[in-house]
Design a binder for this molecule. Structure first.
Ligand SMILES: *Cc1c(COP(=O)(O)O)cnc(C)c1O
Length: 350
């Protein structure tokens, strides 16, 4: 199957499996796992932070980040479509009594700072205390501009808010801008990174921040059940991914841009800004949206089809796979032609 649903579907290759099999391990809850300790040092250093914590998922990393930043009755500002507001089952509210204050992101994926300023609560008994601004980079495949990150950093310093970056795909942003991770993470207090997406490791995320912050986060991780034991087997897969699979993200970005061009040539509507990283979104007429998913699946292609269809490139997708997808898309459009001329006829008769 050619699987374009997400970069979470990536599978470990032979080299990664060998590295995992050979991992020196210990009990990480005792701090004894050498591979986890090494990974935590490496990712902290790459992010330019004092310390890091290895967690099983990005969702748990974001949850632990929020629990460590905010007390009960405090709030964080995040995008309406931010993962840690919309897609984490309300964990911060359910488990931390932390209130989200969602706002709409701008078309470029940033949270406009004038709107952030307007929702920061005054110190008044009616309000939750605003503690944190949470940004997402990349957000739906969009790269937050470096200058915006710098402004958000200065803004949060001036307003005494902490700044968290959900950087599930931050390496895609770094590669797209051709800068090291630290060029982006210098503008945040804390950062989460997912290794199980485009980087191709089977499991794992990290939370990076100050030594004092990570020490407190470690207790929350234990509380929510994320204290793993011989987790070095996972950490070695991640270390392998960091050594081998970061720079190659460029190929995924090139592949996504190539597919965007090919589909545009077929008359498919590509939603702006197109493919900045490894994702593109296309808009389909309703009658096509309903048919495309099952039609492609029968022919060996998996995608999350809908009126807005997301296509994601990754390490297990080659240019030849995409050539096949474009060819199938052309056939699909031909198979739709009668119904679209029907639509044209209906339009003709009002
Ligand atoms: C995938 C993702 C996460 C967390 O994902 P897990 O599946 O829990 O590892 C967090 N934030 C963003 C933006 C994501 O895309």
């Amino acid at each position: 199957m050619i699987d374009l649903r997400s970069d979470t579907v990536t599978r470990p290759d032979e080299g990664m499996r060998r590295a995992m099999a050979a991992a020196p391990v210990g009990d990480d809850v005792y701090g004894d796992d050498p591979s986890v300790n090494l990974l935590e040092r490496e990712i902290a250093e790459r992010a330019g932070k004092e310390a890091a914590l290895f967690l099983p998922t990005g969702t748990q990393a974001n949850l632990v980040a929020l629990l460590t930043h905010c007390q009960r009755g405090e709030e964080y500002i995040a995008g309406q479509k931010a993962h840690n507001y919309l897609f984490e089952a309300g964990g911060a509210a359910v488990l931390g009594s932390i209130q989200p204050q969602p706002i709409d992101a701008a078309p470029d994926g940033t949270l406009p700072l004038d709107i952030v300023a307007a929702v920061i609560k005054a110190d008044d008994v009616h309000f939750a205390r605003t503690r944190l601004l949470s940004l997402e980079n990349t957000h739906n495949g969009k790269v937050l501009p470096l200058e915006y990150l710098r402004q958000a950093w200065e803004f949060t310093r001036a307003r005494k808010l902490a700044l968290h970056i959900d950087g599930a795909r931050i390496f895609n942003a770094a590669v797209a801008l051709n800068v090291p991770l630290s060029a982006l993470s210098q503008y945040c207090d804390t950062l989460t990174v997912c290794f199980s997406k485009g980087l191709g490791a089977p499991v794992g995320s990290a939370l990076c921040g100050s030594a004092e912050y990570i020490q407190r986060a470690r207790r929350w991780r234990k509380m929510v059940g994320g204290g793993m034991r011989q987790a070095g087997i996972l950490a070695e897969g991640v270390r392998y991914a960091l050594a081998h699979n970061v720079d190659r993200l460029r190929e995924d970005h090139d592949n996504a841009a190539w597919m965007a061009q090919q589909l545009a040539d077929l008359g498919v509507t590509i939603l702006p800004p197109g493919a900045q990283t490894n994702m593109l979104f296309v808009s389909l007429p309703d009658e096509q949206a309903a048919r495309l998913g099952p039609w492609m699946r029968e022919r060996g292609v998996l995608l999350s089809a809908g009126p807005v269809t997301r296509l994601v490139t990754h390490i297990n997708i080659t240019r030849a796979d995409l050539t096949r997808v474009v060819e199938l898309w052309r056939e699909f459009q031909e198979s739709c032609a009668p119904s679209s001329s029907g639509a044209a006829q209906r339009a003709l008769y009002g």
